[in-house]
Design a protein around this ligand. Structure first.
Ligand code: ADP
Ligand code: MN
Ligand code: MN
Ligand code: MN
Ligand code: MN
Length: 337
């Protein structure tokens, strides 16, 4: 007997990487082995030397196929065993290891937008616009909500896969939704976010619906799509001084601000305008309860004098391996002092 293993990896598409997957039949009792693919078809190799390696790093039950089928998230390696340049997980692992004693955990809020196959947000009438924003966020009822069937199915699949999904909600723009993964360690939250994204694309595919992680899918007076990244270390969960140290470290100087924001996904300037619950992309600020700041300290955290911070700048299309690495590196370095 044998089982189906869906090998999932992150490709080399510029400027925003996309997901790829293919199926391997594996003998019962055997672990999913190292495999390969044609990197010249995924922007990860030239045709004359096209082989790239898939190294399994995270496996979970496949809730779509069921039975003994599995999803296998992979890192992409070159044939000499070194990480491929598109492989951002390989950059996170040593940083996570270096600061492991600080026990960083993350909860990432993944916003996304459903589109028709010709690129219109679901709920936007052909050639026009729906009623202005207001009734849609956490709404209920026809005329306010579209795509709920897909969203519910995705939630069930994430739970069946054993992912640490912590909630879902309808967003401010029609056709826009959010799910949250975490709190989990840097590698766990990132691996599981990529699997959850894959499951979302896969479920929506059956409905002929496109999932967009575009940061500003509708121009004009419509909210963009972000990936607010909630972060704490053990010290931050125990005291307020560490919360402030982390907030200050993220704005230590303009180079630090730019180092983060330029790696927070494609189209940061379009989304972080200072309007629509955002701060201007190139001006750092933090504040309690402030949804117009770069980094928000939740009100409960100020009351409790401990907890976590929310970096509101990452775009929906951010690579979780990148944002978690930057936050751990910047904040844990400052907290170590
Ligand atoms: P918002 O109020 O900004 O919409 P959400 O409820 O959508 O917040 O998301 C908050 C996320 O923060 C959740 O994924 C939650 O698990 C995570 N979280 C809660 N406590 C912590 C913590 N101490 N450290 C890191 N993440 C946390
Ligand atoms: Mn072939
Ligand atoms: Mn949220
Ligand atoms: Mn949101
Ligand atoms: Mn948030």
């Amino acid at each position: 007997m044998s089982y189906k293993a869906e090998y999932i990896w992150i490709d080399g598409t510029e400027p925003t990487a996309e997901l790829r997957s293919k199926t391997k039949i594996v003998a019962d009792g055997a672990e999913p082995p190292v495999w390969g693919f044609d990197g010249s078809s995924t922007n990860q190799a030239e045709g004359h030397a096209s082989d790239r390696v898939l190294k399994p790093v995270f496996t979970c039950p496949d809730p779509i196929r069921g039975g003994s089928s599995v999803l296998v998230l992979c890192e992409v390696l070159n044939i000499d065993g070194t990480p491929h340049e598109s492989n951002k997980r390989a950059l996170l692992a040593p940083i996570a290891e270096q600061f492991a004693a600080q026990e960083s955990i993350f909860g990432i809020e993944q916003e996304y937008t459903f589109l028709t196959e010709d690129g219109r947000p679901l709920g936007f009438p052909e050639g026009g616009f729906p009623a202005p924003q207001g009734p849609y966020y956490c709404g209920v009822g026809a005329g306010k909500i579209v795509g709920r069937e897909i969203v519910e199915k995705h939630l069930d699949y994430c739970l069946e896969a054993g992912l640490g999904i912590s909630g879902i909600n309808a967003e401010v723009m029609p056709g826009q939704w959010e799910f949250q993964v975490g709190p989990l360690s840097p590698l766990e939250v990132s691996d599981q976010m990529w699997i959850a994204r894959w499951l979302l694309h896969r479920v929506a595919e059956d409905y002929g619906v496109v999932v967009s992680l575009d940061a500003k899918p509708a121009k004009g007076d419509w909210n963009g799509a972000g990936a607010h990244t909630n972060f704490s270390t053990k010290a931050m969960r125990e005291g307020y001084d560490a919360i402030i140290t982390a907030c200050e470290a993220l704005g230590a100087d303009q180079d630090k601000v730019m180092e983060h924001v330029t790696q927070y996904g494609t189209g940061v300037e379009e989304r972080l305008t200072g309007k629509h619950e955002t701060a201007p992309w190139n001006v750092y600020s933090y504040g309690v309860s402030n949804r117009g700041a770069s980094v928000r300290i939740p009100w409960q955290v100020e009351v409790d004098r401990k907890g976590y911070i929310e970096d509101r700048r990452p775009n929906a299309n951010v690579d979780p391996y990148v944002v978690t690495r930057l936050l751990v590196n910047t904040c844990c370095t400052a907290l170590e002092k």
